[in-house]
Design a protein around this ligand. Structure first.
Ligand code: FES
Length: 78
């Protein structure tokens, strides 16, 4: 089974820019899909002006929307 590690920045800048929506996007996925995702939180990924920020298997992504997050997940896992 393929897996992916996603770290979502939960710092205040990213929170204000929509990080919570990203968490909710993952929580809305089917359980089998969520089981493939190792979801972690970060306090700051040091790119606050470009949030919300996430890392996917260590690679940093800026200005992440729910749509982009879903695209990244499907590229990694499908
Ligand atoms: S608060 Fe998210 S990068 Fe700093």
């Amino acid at each position: 089974m393929k897996t992916v590690t996603i770290e979502i920045c939960m710092g205040s800048a990213c929170y204000l820019l929509g990080a919570q929506e990203l968490i909710e996007t993952i929580q809305a996925l089917p359980e089998e899909r969520q089981a493939q995702i190792d979801l972690r939180g970060s306090t700051c990924l040091k790119a606050c002006g470009q949030g919300p920020n996430i890392t996917v298997d260590g690679e940093l992504f800026h200005n992440v929307t729910p749509e982009l997050l879903l695209r990244i997940i499907s590229e990694k896992l499908d």
